[in-house]
Design a protein around this ligand. Structure first.
Ligand SMILES: Nc1ncnc2c1ncn2[C@@H]1O[C@H](COP(=O)(O)OP(=O)(O)OP(=O)(O)O)[C@@H](O)[C@H]1O
Ligand SMILES: [Mg+2]
Length: 512
């Protein structure tokens, strides 16, 4: 297991302070004991908690300072690992913080390692330099399988090889405690563990993800066909339809890493995130980055790590980082807790750089200026797409998509060309809104809605692109500088009499 190897290395290279954030205390302690035993010479492991003190002798009860003093006073010619449970609660205490820092200095020359074991990650800035955070992984497939067999008598397990694998896969992402609970529940219901219990496990997993409050399972039904325009993006995806298959791996292709979609409001970025997951038939996990940053002070980084681990445990999956710019608004002096944002950003970037698991990231943002440049560097995303205002042809497709949804059989009675002509500068969201508005008008008059109704609404609405002209122009300039690839394909010509200058890609435009 990678965890044991990493811990072994940290202990042997005399890292004095290792922080392991995990809710799985028991499993982690077993793993620490296992790792400590294998080192030569074997490390003696002592556990401390506030209520019971040290597990041998019960010293330093209810006294974190004494617990640290105990570490200091152990003979230096012996080898030790001290596991301090829930110690994050005491780190804000001036005396404890100071004592710990003094201690760290001497520990570097002795074979003593302090392991802080807590359900949450909270490192005060003054000791951040001395602490190494080590993630404790969720149970692997193999461990889950072994646990299943150990937990349940043979005659209760009614699974063939395939359904066994599917059930274990469904358990992925849960802590071992949860796995035990849900398996026990499954058997309690009808006496056996069989294929029908997969649904139960998946439900449990949804619950767990919901509890994180920043990650959610997002139901998807939209496919690429529900997006009007954005042909370059669609082509990019179509080329990668089988990119997550086993045959792609055997061929030697790496898993696609992710895309960043940047553009003004209502142009279909969120819609695209959903369609991408649907296109690959992968579960969509939406990470509320703003909410993640808003977690209790000092907790965001730990949460970010937890979310990343959860996403990996759910792989293959699409992880949607929605409105990424809002989260990093603080970094460039826009206010907010920039220390936290920096650390969360570092966590995310390291992960994006190193991940080999099939977790595809779709990040969406309105404001490129708020995004830290590190994030835009090569190697983080496979591609950065600029999603602009829809072109004539794209608006036609958008009208078609939405009219078809509500009037599939009378679609031909609407004059799409006329609608296109009066909707220059409107976003996809605004077009959809206009149709709904026209429907309300007509419905109130108890008649069918017509092209005229929509035209009237469009004529009396000011699109966002006009009120936010400056922002649109800046985005356009940024995209034109070649740092992003246009999601749309064709060149846009200003509409005669449209009143609003449209704009579009230059570099990559191809002849339609
Ligand atoms: N290209 C499009 N094709 C079809 N419908 C679209 C398109 N763009 C936007 N829409 C409609 O507008 C709705 C809102 O769009 P969406 O939420 O994807 O915008 P967004 O780019 O994520 O905006 P924001 O930046 O405000 O998050 C979509 O659910 C869809 O109904
Ligand atoms: Mg959106």
């Amino acid at each position: 297991m990678e965890f044991s190897r990493d811990l072994d290395l940290l202990i042997r290279s005399r890292y004095p302070l290792v922080y392991i954030p995990t809710p799985e205390e028991q499993r982690a302690e077993d793993a620490i004991r296992g790792a400590a035993q294998k080192i030569t010479p074997p490390r003696q492991v002592l556990m401390w908690d506030f209520v019971d003190g040290y597990d041998i002798g019960g010293g330093a009860k209810e006294d974190p300072l004494a617990a640290l003093e105990f570490v200091r006073s152990r003979p230096a010619d012996q080898s030790w690992v001290f596991v301090l449970r829930d110690f994050h609660r005491f780190l804000d205490d001036v005396r404890v913080g100071r004592k710990l820092r003094n201690l760290v200095r001497t520990l570097r020359s002795e074979r003593k390692t302090i392991v802080l074991l807590s359900p949450s990650l909270k490192v005060p800035p003054d000791i951040a330099e001395d602490v190494t955070v080590l993630d404790f992984p969720l149970p692997t497939n193999k461990e889950i399988g072994a646990e299943m067999e150990q937990l349940l008598p043979k005659d209760k397990i009614k699974l063939d090889a395939n359904s066994r694998e599917a059930l274990i896969k469904a358990c992925q992402g849960l802590t071992m405690t949860r796995v035990r609970q849900v398996l026990a529940k499954a058997v309690a219901i009808d006496g056996v563990l069989d294929e029908s219990d997969i649904a139960l496990v998946l439900e449990e997993k949804k619950q767990k993800i919901k509890q994180t409050e920043v990650l959610e399972f997002y139901p998807t039904s939209e496919d690429l066909g529900d997006i009007g325009g954005l042909d370059n993006l669609k082509q990019w995806l179509n080329l990668r339809t089988s990119a997550f298959s086993d045959s792609a791996r055997r061929y030697g292709l790496p898993n696609p890493r992710g895309v960043l979609l940047v553009g003004i409001q209502g142009t279909g970025k969120s819609l695209s995130a959903k369609a991408i997951a649907q296109h690959w038939r992968l579960p969509l996990l939406r990470l509320d980055v703003g909410r993640l940053m808003g977690s209790l002070v000092g907790e965001s980084e730990g949460k970010a790590r937890e979310m990343v681990r959860l996403a990996e445990a759910m792989a293959p999956a699409v992880l949607w980082l929605d409105e990424l710019d809002k989260a990093f608004g603080g970094l460039n002096g826009g206010g907010g807790d920039s220390g936290t944002s920096t650390r969360v950003l570092a966590t995310l970037i390291t992960w994006m750089q190193e991940k080999t698991s099939p977790v595809f990231i779709v990040a969406t943002a309105n404001n490129i200026e708020l995004l830290p440049p590190e994030l835009l560097r090569k190697g983080r995303f496979d591609e950065i797409f600029f999603v602009g205002l829809p072109t004539d042809r794209e608006r036609k497709e958008i009208f078609e998509v939405h009219l078809k949804r509500v009037r599939e059989h009378s679609l031909r009675t609407y004059n799409l060309d006329r609608l296109v002509a009066v909707s220059a500068g409107f976003s996809g969201a605004e077009i959809q809104q206009a149709i709904v508005e026209a429907m309300h008008e007509a419905f109130a008059q108890q008649r069918e809605f017509t092209t005229d109704d929509i035209v009237t609404v469009l004529r009396t609405t000011v699109p966002l692109s006009r009120t936010a002209q400056e922002h649109v122009d800046r985005l356009k300039a940024w995209a034109a500088s070649g740092r992003a690839r246009p999601a749309s394909r064709e060149e846009v010509k200003p509409l005669l009499g449209g009143g609003h200058p449209e704009w579009g890609p230059d570099e990559w435009s191809e002849q339609p």
